[in-house]
Design a protein. Structure first.
Length: 368
């Protein structure tokens, strides 16, 4: 047996969980990588470019890179079909089904959990809407399917030997969904790539995937009423809707390269985030750039933002509450110390992650 196999869900874009995966692979470059699907074209220019990936039968479906989210009912079968028996230690990086990979009694399975399967648990209605399954008959069948997925999800989680969580918020969701305790290791953020010394300019910033649960429509509506300049960076199925509702003070830039995002974060008056996030790497990146964060005060934001010091936490997930908080922020209610924001972000640095994660993994890998 070799030492380590790493299991991910879908390697289709380079997002938050893929950045986490890249950092883990930097620690363990000889690990074998497994995933449901792999789209190497979308990973060119990232640390995952050129990585060999063992995939599942889903990879053979035509245009699967565009269809995979709709294949959720097939994913448990696919993840259980992966063959990782030649490895003493299996590490799954999971926000849907990766923790369900099957191992033997001779193996150690460590599941690093971004969230329990959000579309089966707390984002069921969003999933049904996104895939046009919210009609009476289709909706009933879909809800029955999602109920079966929840049962599989909990039983799959029981098979893992050890659970890690990316935040205290995720650990609480793991406890509620699966009835298990997990050890928190926050994900890594490359804080050093951001400049926190530039002067602030008169615009607010959103950087996000444009999907319903990110609450971008709520932010746009608030800024329509505030008449303050808002820049939105990101792409996704919500873009056409947002384009229709945005007033001239709201600029929708679509996807932008990292360098553009870094520059915007270094100059924005504040970064806006209204989703309930499992962690929230973009909020840490904004703080690393010296940018105050105005965020809904649940989920990862409560662990990242120091209310009144490095940003402001919004009391409720509503247009009215966001408007009130932005107006209070604009009147000078939050201290604007860029160096304090950078120091706060440094709690989540890459170096801290590497030391903490390697220390956790060492007993298992040393014995492998």
């Amino acid at each position: 047996m070799t030492n380590l196999a790493i299991v991910h869900e879908w390697l289709n874009v380079y997002g938050g969980s893929e950045r986490l995966l890249a950092e883990i692979l930097a620690l363990y470059p000889r690990a074998e990588l497994h995933a449901l699907i792999h789209n190497p074209r979308n990973l060119v220019g990232t640390p995952l470019e050129g990585r060999a990936v063992a995939t599942t039968f889903l990879q053979k479906i035509p245009r699967v890179e565009h269809l995979y989210r709709g294949l959720l009912p097939l994913m448990p079968f696919a993840i259980e079909s992966l063959n990782v028996r030649d490895h003493r230690v299996v590490l799954s990086v999971s926000h849907a089904v990766a923790h369900g990979v099957k191992t033997t009694r001779d193996q150690t399975h460590i599941a690093y959990v971004c969230t329990p399967m959000r579309y089966a648990w707390h984002l069921q209605d969003d999933y049904l809407r996104l895939h046009h399954l919210d009609k009476p008959f289709l909706g009933f069948a879909a809800r029955v399917t999602l109920g079966a997925l929840r049962r599989w999800d909990a039983s799959a989680a029981a098979r893992a030997d050890h659970l890690l969580a990316i935040s205290a918020w995720t650990a609480e969701r793991v406890r509620a969904a699966w009835g298990r305790e997990s050890h928190v290791i926050h994900p890594p953020v490359d804080v050093d790539r951001f400049d926190f010394t530039k002067p602030r300019e008169d615009f607010y910033l959103v950087v996000s995937r444009l999907v319903p649960y990110k609450m971008i429509a709520l932010i746009v509506e608030a800024f329509n009423q505030l008449k303050l300049p808002l820049v939105v960076v990101g792409d996704g199925p919500e873009l056409p809707r947002l384009q229709k509702m945005a007033d001239p003070n709201v600029k929708l830039l679509g996807h932008q390269p990292d360098k553009v995002v870094e520059d915007l974060m270094s100059r924005a008056r504040a970064f806006i985030h209204m989703a309930v996030e499992d962690f929230g790497i973009a909020m840490v990146e904004a703080q690393a750039a010296g940018c105050p964060v105005i965020a809904y005060g649940k989920g990862g934001a409560a662990e990242i933002v120091k209310d009144g010091e490095t940003g402001a936490l919004v009391e409720s997930q509503s247009v009215e509450a966001l408007i009130e908080t932005v107006r209070g922020f604009g009147s000078g209610g939050t201290r604007r110390d860029a160096s304090a924001m950078r120091a706060n972000a440094s709690r989540f640095s890459r170096q801290r992650f590497r030391e903490e994660f390697a220390a956790f993994m060492r007993p298992f890998l040393d014995g492998a």
